[in-house]
Design a binder for this molecule. Structure first.
Ligand SMILES: Nc1nc2c(ncn2[C@@H]2O[C@H](COP(=O)(O)OP(=O)(O)OP(=O)(O)O)[C@@H](O)[C@H]2O)c(=O)[nH]1
Ligand SMILES: [Mg+2]
Length: 206
């Protein structure tokens, strides 16, 4: 099967999204955490998803396909200081509407910057996902950006903070999208979900 990467489209309304039953994998996290960079890695392309050193680059729900069996969905990040109240409100509506009303959504990857200590905004976002019952995985990223000791301490502290609210922690990955580290493990995890969803579709056919 071809593994060709394609840009499908950019959307602001849930009703406009592609109507297929392909499994979707969405990437969310603070602005500038590296969502678009990671999607490019998974697609094997340099800048199909637009990246920037300035936060607030991705503003819409952007769909990409890889091969013919999945979509990767790039979302605008949260926590960008220069957004107005109205823009923040619009973001909340658009992103939560997508995350809570999309049966095709197989997994949400929440990106956490592992080069800095735990951020309340990330913990709050994750707790909200829990309240809405949205399944997610954690992707600790930018592991190239600090010493291994600092990275591991930040990750340990983040897990400890999460354990104050969660009995069980979700699957976790440690990556550097910039240096191409940990990407294969993430890709394998996604591939296994895609394979399972194909098996499910086949067995549930009339
Ligand atoms: N050191 C390091 N930098 C990274 C990594 N991933 C992304 N970056 C850098 O972080 C900056 C932001 O990357 P983007 O992929 O545009 O971030 P984003 O999360 O899509 O940001 P928004 O679209 O604004 O929400 C860019 O300068 C990237 O080169 C990484 O793993 N390590
Ligand atoms: Mg982006």
């Amino acid at each position: 099967m071809s593994q060709e990467a394609q840009y499908i489209g950019s959307y602001v309304k849930i009703e406009e999204l592609p109507q297929t039953n392909l499994p979707e994998f969405a990437f969310i996290g603070r602005s500038n955490v590296g969502k678009s960079t990671l999607i490019n890695r998974l697609l094997g392309r340099k800048n199909l998803a637009h990246t920037s050193s300035q936060p607030g680059k991705t503003r819409t729900i952007n769909f990409f396909s890889l091969g013919q069996d999945r979509y990767y969905v790039d979302l605008p990040g949260y926590g960008y200081a220069k957004t107005s109240k109205a823009q923040r409100h619009q973001w909340l509506q658009m992103v939560y509407n997508y995350l809570t009303n999309r049966p095709q959504l197989a997994c949400v990857f929440v990106l956490i910057d592992a080069s800095i200590p735990p951020q309340t905004i990330d913990l709050n976002f994750i707790n909200n996902l829990g309240e809405y019952g949205v399944p997610f995985c954690l992707v600790f990223t930018k592991i190239d950006k600090a010493s291994t000791k600092d990275i591991q301490r930040n990750i340990r502290n983040f897990r400890e903070k999460m354990q104050q609210h969660w009995e069980e922690l979700p699957p976790q990955f440690q990556i550097s999208a910039l240096k191409n580290r940990g990407i294969d493990q993430l890709r394998q995890y996604i591939n296994s979900i895609v394979a399972n969803s194909q098996a499910y579709l086949q067995t549930s056919m009339p």
